[in-house]
Design a protein around this ligand. Structure first.
Ligand code: NAP
Ligand code: F7E
Length: 323
């Protein structure tokens, strides 16, 4: 029988990759989409799946619309990817971030509990919950210490997922995903900001690149690999929490070097440090330990950072050339 899935945040980076994965597996895919005055479906077009999705209007801040989407889609699986996901913006919009990324999760879990308790649920949790790290390599047992309103809101989302699993026996899993990127990454995130700028500089369309703390270290993987881990979590008999990461950490500086070198440039000639891009509180380093995902899900990252950044550079070189 055809399985039904509901994806919130389907117009985002992960939403586009996950929609493609589920459609390829034969699912009927529904997407909760918030009203926007401009086109938000470009990523779904890029993935070639725009016409294959059933769109349901709704907003994570609006419990009624979330409830309606659950009833209409009658989902076997719900993937909650919707969020105000840009950490830097969460200091400017702490309340919206708290409502959408935190309380919004309860809207969805409550709709599932009341109207569709057999539905399996995935929560998009984040390594930002580790923030000021309490262990050199972070795994499912590492204590949390979020450092931004985003991290705090996501920690609420994580714990309410655990709580509904334990209170109501829902099949609700929390994927604690470390940074993952792709050519579909939003331009405000540092990897895309760098690959877009390097492509523009190479093609004479930009002169310099202004960045903040380039000594920050992140454990970067490829979004296409990470959505497979989301799906695998919901195929398990038992719901649980899983860290999804590569187990390798790299500075923003080294990531710049990879991107610029790919087009024959030296990043040091173009990158300028700008205090405007420093954060009120920084997460200096993240490094995940994905051993549990490997052991129980059989999941491993397939794409290393060099390959990922080169893939993003090639896509941006083509896009910038067409502009
Ligand atoms: P993204 O590209 O920023 O996508 C976020 C999605 O949420 C978009 O579809 C956006 O819609 C939607 N959205 C925002 N506010 C909404 C609201 N009020 N109601 C309904 N939808 C709303 O994020 P992503 O990189 O795909 O990440 C997916 C999820 O994983 C997010 O929850 C993020 O916090 C989490 N996460 C991401 C990473 C990562 O490295 N990418 C790591 C760990 C966790 P519009 O397009 O219309 O704005
Ligand atoms: O920053 C530093 C910045 O904005 C990475 C989201 O998907 O992953 C993402 O959050 C690092 C930080 O991602 C600039 O200070 C330096 O240390 O690409 P980012 P993020 O904050 O790690 C987590 C796991 C999520 O869950 C989030 O949703 O790069 N950095 N200079 C800069 N960052 C940006 N954006 N811009 C700069 O100019």
């Amino acid at each position: 029988m055809t399985k039904s899935a509901l994806i919130t945040g389907i117009t985002g980076q992960d939403g586009a990759y996950l929609a493609k994965l589920l459609l390829d597996k034969g699912y009927k895919v529904h997407g909760l989409v918030a009203r926007r005055s401009s086109d938000s479906r470009w990523r779904l077009r890029e993935m070639g799946v725009e016409g294959d999705i059933v769109y349901l209007d709704g907003d994570m801040a609006d419990a009624c619309s979330v409830q309606r989407a659950v009833i209409k889609s009658a989902p076997d699986e719900v993937y909650n990817l919707a969020a105000q996901s840009f950490v830097a913006a969460s200091w400017d919009q702490p309340v919206t971030t708290g409502i959408v990324d935190g309380l919004g999760v309860t809207h969805l879990l409550e709709a599932i509990r009341q109207f569709s308790p057999h539905t399996r649920f995935y929560q998009a949790s984040t390594s930002e919950m580790f923030g000021l790290i309490q262990a050199e390599r972070q795994d499912e047992n590492t204590p949390f210490y979020p450092r931004s309103p985003y991290g705090v809101a996501k920690l609420y989302g994580h714990w309410i997922t655990v709580n509904y699993r334990e209170s109501f026996n829902l099949h609700a899993s929390s994927g604690i995903l470390f940074n993952h990127e792709s050519p579909l990454r939003g331009i405000e995130f540092v990897t895309r900001k760098v690959t877009d700028a390097a492509a523009r500089i190479k093609q004479g369309k930009q002169q310099e690149l202004r960045l903040g703390n380039i000594d920050a270290k992140r454990d970067w993987g490829f979004a296409g690999d990470y959505v497979e881990a989301m799906w695998l979590m919901l195929q398990q008999d038992k719901a649980d929490d899983f860290v999804v990461a590569t187990g390798v950490t790299t500075t923003v500086r080294e990531m710049c070097q990879i991107a610029f070198e790919h087009v024959g440039l030296d990043y040091r000639d173009f990158v300028k440090i700008d205090p405007a891009f420093f954060r009120p509180a920084e997460v200096d380093v993240l490094l995940g330990n994905p051993a549990k995902a490997q052991r129980l899900l059989g999941w491993k990252p397939k794409t290393d950072l060099q390959t990922l950044i080169r893939m993003m550079m090639d896509a941006d070189m083509k896009r910038v050339a067409k502009e």
